[in-house]
Write a protein that binds this ligand. Structure first.
Ligand SMILES: NC(=O)c1ccc[n+]([C@@H]2O[C@H](COP(=O)([O-])OP(=O)(O)OC[C@H]3O[C@@H](n4cnc5c(N)ncnc54)[C@H](OP(=O)(O)O)[C@@H]3O)[C@@H](O)[C@H]2O)c1
Length: 355
């Protein structure tokens, strides 16, 4: 099979490095351009590599970083773009790539609220891909943008979806304990976070609500219709490298018991598993009965096969009463909540024939 020609934008960043690792020797895609800002132009990937848990292949380490110019990518025959750009920069560059006919798979928030742009999580809302048809019509050369969600929302939405569908639970509160890598480079100053917890992450609580409702909602008659699910969030930054832990609370009369909640989450599978997409975890939600899990240090890289490491969320400490539910969930913020989410979206688009 001929591989599709891809580019990575923001290669030197937290998300960009994950892209480079996940797309190395990918069965569907071949990265032909590694881009970043003019500050990084000409550097070898080995000079900027900072991921301690992902080894750099011989092929990847010698690749050079180029400046991000949409016209250059178009001339190089790039068909799809994986974007790990900061939102303020991403807006125009992603639009330019899409206008030049490329398919853009973005981590940035700049296009998430566009009325014809899906926030895609293939296990939850693969039907939202329909919006892409509408978007392509307004762009000159049929390109489009598909975003993935904010990293905390991705884990939360994945955990909530089976509970909303099976039991109609609608009223959720969540407290997050978010890792430092979620803030990118250079991130939070060490002096602010060492021995500390920061009880505010700009715009995060609003995104949990608005993105969560769009993702869990429907796409019908050419538009997104938000879910009626209520999500009230309190977000904190903690001194952890990778992995966002989230404490979820829900209330409903006649709450199902622990076993039903656990089996509903643990048995959940969807379109990516049906299609055996290369980065799809066999079990998207891993349920643990251990009393002290999930933990970021132990469980962040959950997921199999090897290509899907970090793509499963882990749920534990499920506790129910007659009218309440509490649980913890953990998501790897730069893999499932970041680069891996976009890679899975592109794999789905490829297999559904829209690439
Ligand atoms: N970190 C997470 O957990 C996470 C999760 C989900 C979504 N996101 C989103 O993903 C995006 C990337 O986040 P990150 O954490 O990877 O950020 P980051 O570590 O700060 O990396 C930013 C990247 O963008 C490049 N860049 C900056 N300005 C540029 C410009 N003017 N032109 C071209 N390239 C430019 C940087 O290149 P240089 O090194 O050359 O400056 C770097 O490669 C953000 O929109 C973020 O909100 C992050």
């Amino acid at each position: 099979m001929t591989k599709r020609r891809a580019a990575i934008l923001g290669t030197t960043g937290m998300i960009g490095q994950r892209f480079a690792h996940m797309l190395d020797d990918h069965p569907y895609f071949e990265v032909v351009a590694y881009c970043a800002s003019d500050r990084s132009q000409g550097k070898k990937i080995s000079e900027v590599w900072k991921l301690p848990d992902a080894e750099l292949s011989d092929d990847l380490e010698g690749r050079a970083i180029q400046q991000t110019v949409a016209e250059d990518l178009s001339r190089e025959g790039v068909e799809l773009v994986f974007s790990g750009l900061p939102s303020d920069v991403a807006k125009d560059i992603e639009d330019e790539c899409a206008e030049l006919g490329m398919a853009v798979f973005s981590n940035a928030s700049s296009h998430r609220t566009d009325p014809d742009t899906p926030i895609l999580i293939p296990e939850i809302n693969h039907d939202h891909l329909e919006a892409v048809d509408i978007q392509r019509k307004r762009r000159r050369k049929g390109g489009y943008i598909i975003t993935n969600a904010n990293c905390s929302v991705t884990g939360l939405a994945l955990g909530l979806k089976p509970l909303v569908d099976a039991f109609g639970i609608e009223d959720f509160h969540v407290a997050t304990y978010q890792a430092l890598s979620g803030a990118g480079y250079p991130g939070v100053p060490a002096v602010d976070i060492l021995g500390n917890i920061l009880p505010h992450i700009s715009k995060e609580e609003e995104k949990m609500k608005s993105e969560g409702r769009k993702i869990l909602g429907r796409f019908e008659h050419g538009q997104f219709v938000d879910s009626s699910v209520s999500i009230l969030a309190s977000c904190t930054r903690v001194n952890v490298r990778d992995g966002h832990l989230e404490a979820v609370f829900a209330r409903m009369p006649d709450m199902p018991d622990n076993e039903r909640i656990a089996s509903t989450l643990g048995e959940f599978k969807s379109r990516p598993q049906e299609l055996s997409l290369p980065s799809a975890p066999v079990e998207p939600i891993i349920v643990t009965a251990a009393p002290n899990r999930p933990q970021p240090l132990v469980d962040s890289l959950a997921g199999s096969p090897e290509r899907a490491r970090g793509m499963a969320i882990t749920v534990g400490r499920i506790r129910t009463t007659e009218d309440s539910l509490r649980l913890f969930l953990l998501v790897h913020n730069t893999i499932r909540g970041g680069a891996g989410g976009s890679v899975l979206n592109a794999e789905l688009a490829h297999r559904e024939g829209i690439l």
